[in-house]
Write a protein that binds this ligand. Structure first.
Ligand code: EPZ
Length: 416
């Protein structure tokens, strides 16, 4: 298994160009199934999750090519409604294929996407929404067999603003007869990006990012060229890395509004931050300050995908920081690894109490999930001495050429 070798205590300085958002590309790749024609998706990062989604589309019969940062999908040749089991285990986001495959083929078969390191991650809300649209779902021995004669538009009140369930419902409703309104939807920027992609193909979807999303069904969809939004979590991760190492960074190709909660918390920690149209500049203080309690919540709240990176930052801040994880039930696996590096963190229920220490020490640690792995890299970059981060395949899922980008900012990090 590959690992990172990091020699820490070097401040990051320089400029980083943000890449396209993984969590926008994945549902949009799934949505290309709806069109039955060709979509050119621009600004795609080269990540293992994206490569897996491409592999799934190919196995379902689509023609897919990847040309300098764009993924080109011709879904006119789709000839299967079974989502390959081996890939279901590799990426949970293959569950996003349910809605579009049902809309296109009238049926879909898949194995239950397993839980992962951060939690059980059930799909009951996805199934609830699809059933409301008229889908019949048979669950047996871990397999889901779904079929529908006619998708009928309806009102869907989500019990929780699940990102994936919102996206699945949006995509299924595209081919429903009549109008569908999704109440209490997820409001993440990636949901708005999916809406904008669908409308670029000729769909009529309104309200993404607000409390109600309206989808007018049965529109003829056509070819499109669509550029996805930048990755706000990659952006937050690089800002946190510069802050943790006492450095400064210019984040280019950013949409600052997508990162406002994290930017405000970094300011509260003492960072000087200048925001322009598509750029965020951060300069770290000599000593970071602890911040008021952080509660992860659905967008526009503090993103759960930034919880572990911000915790790494707070391990050396002056004072106590309380970080509560409200979205996933098992997203503190990075805590014991940070403690190996000298962090002072106690867990009480779903709250981590982080007491700032003077400096972390390099250690041999293990990445257990994508964002937890990123937090260990941040800690290693800031720590005194050498850090080895094992299982960096988790990190490769969400960061494109991570060590190369960090090295350009002055980090001493090697993949071994
Ligand atoms: C998306 O996952 C993201 N993944 C996650 O990013 C992100 O952490 C999450 O949204 C929250 O923002 C992609 O977009 C590919 P949810 P998703 O449905 O759709 C529970 C990363 O690091 N839930 O909003 O799975 C669920 O268990 C990944 O890039 C149900 O109970 O998130 C969780 O506790 C990690 N039933 C909570 O809701 C359901 O049917 C949020 O899940 C669905 C979800």
């Amino acid at each position: 298994m590959e690992r990172y070798h990091i020699i820490g205590n070097k401040s990051l300085e320089g400029e980083h160009q943000l890449k396209g958002a993984k969590n926008a590309v994945l549902p949009i790749l799934a949505a290309t199934i709806l069109t039955g024609s060709t979509s050119v998706i621009e600004n795609c990062p080269d990540l293992s999750d994206d490569r897996t989604m491409v592999a799934i589309l190919k196995e379902m019969g689509c023609k897919v090519t990847w040309e300098n940062g764009s993924i080109i999908v011709d879904s006119s040749t789709l000839d299967d409604y079974v989502i390959p089991q081996k890939h279901m285990k590799e990426i949970r986001s293959s569950v996003f294929l349910m809605g579009p495959t049902l809309a296109r083929c009238g049926k879909v078969s898949l194995s239950y996407p397993g839980g992962c390191a951060i939690g059980e991650r059930p799909i009951d809300i996805h199934l609830y929404a699809l059933r409301l649209l008229g889908v019949e779902i048979k669950e047996k021995d871990g397999l889901l067999d779904c079929s529908v004669d006619r998708l009928i538009g309806t009102d869907i009140h989500l019990p929780f603003p699940s990102v994936g369930a919102t996206e699945n419902a949006m995509m299924a409703a595209i081919m429903a007869e009549g109008e569908t309104t999704i109440y209490n939807p997820a409001k993440e920027p990636e949901i708005v990006d999916l809406q904008n992609y669908l409308n670029s193909c000729g769909a009529e979807v309104y309200g993404a990012g607000s409390d109600e999303i309206v989808i007018k069904g049965k529109r003829e969809l056509r070819d499109t060229i669509y550029k996805v939004i930048p990755d706000r979590i990659e952006g937050g991760t690089f800002l946190a890395a510069a802050a943790a190492t006492g450095g400064s960074i210019q984040l280019r190709n950013a949409i600052p509004a997508h990162m406002s909660f994290v930017i405000n918390k970094l300011r509260e920690a003492g960072c000087q931050i200048i925001v322009e149209k598509d750029m965020v500049y951060l300069k770290a203080p000599d000593k970071l300050k602890a911040v008021k309690p952080i509660e992860t919540s659905p967008y526009p709240g503090f993103p759960t995908d930034m919880q572990s990176q911000f915790m790494a930052l707070m391990t050396c801040a002056d004072g106590y920081t309380l970080i509560t994880e409200n979205i996933f039930e098992n997203r503190f696996k990075h805590v014991k690894e940070l403690i190996k590096m000298g962090a002072d963190i106690q867990i009480e229920g779903n709250t981590a109490i982080v007491k700032g220490v003077e400096k972390l020490k390099g250690a041999h640690v293990k990445a257990m999930d994508l964002r937890g792995g990123a937090s260990l890299v941040i800690a290693g970059l800031a720590a005194e001495g050498t850090t080895i981060v094992e299982n960096i395949c988790h990190i490769d899922r969400g960061y494109d050429k991570f060590e190369l980008a960090l090295s350009k900012l002055g980090a001493n990090i090697k993949r071994i």
